[in-house]
Design a protein. Sequence first.
Length: 358
Amino acid sequence: MRSIWNGNISFGLVSIPIKIYPATEDHSISFRQIHTRDNGRIRYRKVCELEDKPVESSEIGRAYEDADGALVPITEEDLAALPLPTTHTLEIEAFISASEIDPLQMGDAYYLGTSGAAGAKPYTLLREALKRSEKVAIAKYAHRGRERLGMLRVVGDTIALHRLLWPDEVREPAGVAPKEKVTVKPAELDLADTLMETLGEVDLSDLRDEYHEALEELVAAKVSGATPTAEPGERPAGAQVVDLMAALKESVRSAKEARGEGAGEAAEAPEAPEGEAEEEAEATVHDLRGRKKAPAKKAATKKATAKKTTAAGKRTATKAAKAAEEPAGKKRTGTKKAAAKKTTAKKQTGKRGTRTAS
């Protein structure tokens, strides 16, 4: 690993010779610019505007441009003469708790290694002191033409340096937050908590840069002359919030399915206070247009009447069916017998009346 800075850690009167090494790397794939017509490389050349010709790096210096556009040259000798004690020294200013540092100030990370055997003992002393105190060291140092602020902390058996932004380099978030006044209901917060618990925690070492992997496969396929077979990924839909509660419930359900927990169960919203429940109902529930239900007593009366009418109708239909099934002769014989019985009864009545009169 190649060091990017050589100097000393100043810990009171203790001096620790160190080297700074990059602690991180960007695993992106770099591309070159080309002329699409003939695949020719596009290069940047540093050209002097007065001579209109390329200039070597050794001939390039620095200058400050003032408000009028005039250039004021600043030489290396000018910079070396600055009374800056942190030019080659990482000066520890104080020891504080890591919780006192705003994460917005955190920048690039580096590892600090010793420069020679003489630095092993003081290096180990500082590392163990940081461990026991459970604090971090705040230091100042100069790098790339600027005095910078840094934080020293222990990572395993190594001291790491995190570049910090100066407090006045962190912008205020004025005008960034939503200007609309929004009220979040306890039921919505409860569902959000449920979603957070369902998603659970993750081991950061298990996360992968899937885009980078796909890009590597694409480049490898193009280099070998094969046709890439990767299908384009789905583009996420726009953020269209129709019903926040419904979206939270669906998110919980999807998260449970992904984790294999209660895949078939729908997320239920916690019960909200009466007033809030009414507000939520007004916002999300709509009455269906249709016939109104009758009161309970009237409905029962109508049902009883309907049952009687149905029973009477069934009896009448049964008699009609039987009458239709009997032969025509039987119907006529039955009629004659009924008429004969009536005539005989009349005659007997007349005879009885005559006897009584005599």
